[in-house]
Design a protein around this ligand. Structure first.
Ligand SMILES: Cc1ncc(COP(=O)(O)O)c(C=O)c1O
Length: 387
């Protein structure tokens, strides 16, 4: 059967390939130390679960408005004001099935045939695929470990063409772990504003910053930026709610309206009672977020110290999210080859950097307990010493 070009051209997910290999080994009884997880290992806090259960009990089980329930959009509008200094009216906020759908909606609404979208690498692997699915072309800009994985305004200008429609910025970043004003220095935002390039700012890891790094929303950097930026966020990472599938975006009204229309004809509004859980998350006590961040921080310190002590492996201490990139380029292997051999010889699962557009690194997630991280790093270190 002949399928549409748009699906046959999709890159198969390397993350899933490693994951299925790890699962197959586990099924054979092998103890695998997995650093592959893209989700917190914690359970969703009780008060959030209770709100969803209550909503179910009260029969809150019908379709909601496609842009989300009004009380959640109002609470998100408040949150943007309180935490990000951003003024988005509830009508400029669209709630979706995860930040992933928010990103996809934003790209579909803004980009099409003939457009180019600038993406700094290493990138979250769905961005280029989403851009291609929209019929546009990703333009990848390589950032470096030496420059803290940040794209400079000069690199941005060099990548620009008359066809540039959007730039995607992700800070705190997956897989880089950069944070602060992170990948969007003021100069870069000013260039985008001069050229009227839309900025998609994916801030899903906002609540996970360390060492005093302060998250800065791109839309708040200059007044012009607010009118050109689509700010994406969600509940998956901050509240350990990956399976609930609730994310959102704030965008200037015409873009928000277009996205509402797009969503109304594709998925409609997200799950009704999951939205009630999200409302409890965003309006409730935020201590649960601080507690999870503290635990991630302990693991981050540990994993960074251990990786830095391995000969010929280097890493930048991450300031955000729950990932660290280990540079393995001095070990003389591609990232896929390294990840493959590490899994079969040392039972350690990591994601090859080539999946994120950088073959010199592998990604380790510390969204897993120290009971896995410690022996996993012992095995990682032993393996590197054999090379
Ligand atoms: C950078 C980034 N953006 C968006 C998402 C999607 O999050 P959600 O679970 O809200 O769809 C992820 C998930 O891994 C991510 O790493």
């Amino acid at each position: 059967m002949e399928l549409a070009n748009r699906v046959s051209e999709l890159t198969p997910s390397l993350t899933l390939a490693i994951d299925s290999k790890a699962k197959a080994l586990r099924a054979e009884g092998v103890n695998i130390y997995s650093f592959g997880a893209g989700e917190p290992d914690f359970d969703t806090p009780e008060h959030i679960k209770a709100a969803a259960v209550e909503a179910l009990g009260a029969g809150f089980t019908k379709y909601t408005p496609s842009s989300g329930i009004p009380e959640l959009r109002a609470a998100i509008s408040e949150k943007f004001k309180r935490d990000n200094g951003l003024d988005y009216k509830p009508s400029e906020i669209i709630v979706s099935n995860g930040a992933k759908q928010s990103c996809f909606n934003a790209i579909l609404a803004v980009c099409g045939e003939g457009d180019e979208v600038i993406i700094p690498a290493p990138y979250w692997l769905s961005y280029p695929e989403m851009v291609r699915l929209a019929g546009a072309e990703p333009v990848i800009v390589q950032t470096t470990q030496e420059n803290d994985w940040k794209m400079t305004a000069q690199q941005f200008e060099e990548a620009m063409s008359p066809r540039t429609k959007m730039i995607i910025i992700n800070s705190p970043g997956n897989p880089t772990g950069t944070s602060g004003s992170g990948r969007a220095p003021r100069a870069l935002v000013e260039v985008a504003a001069d050229e009227e390039i839309i900025i998609l700012s994916d801030e899903i890891y906002e609540s996970l910053t360390y060492d005093g790094a302060e998250h800065v929303s791109v839309a708040s950097i200059t007044p012009e930026a607010r009118d050109l930026t689509i700010t994406v966020n969600g509940f998956s990472k901050a509240y350990a709610m990956t399976g609930w599938r609730i994310g959102y975006l704030g965008a200037p009204e015409p873009i928000a309206k277009a996205i509402d229309s797009l969503q109304s004809h594709s998925t409609s509004g997200p799950c009704s009672f999951a939205q009630k859980g999200a409302l409890a998350a965003i309006t409730g006590d935020q201590q649960c977020v601080a507690d999870m961040r503290e635990e991630f921080n302990i693991r981050r310190e540990y994993i960074y110290e251990r990786l830095s002590a391995i000969p010929n492996v280097t890493a930048v201490k991450p300031k955000g999210a729950f990932y660290i990139l280990a540079n393995i380029s001095k070990l003389g292997m591609t990232s896929t080859n390294f990840a493959d051999r590490l899994l079969s010889k040392a039972n350690v699962a990591v994601v090859p950097g080539i999946a994120f557009g950088d073959d010199s690194v592998v990604r380790l997630s510390y969204a897993t307990g120290l009971d896995v991280i410690k022996p996993g790093l012992d095995a990682f270190e032993e393996f590197c010493k054999t090379l």
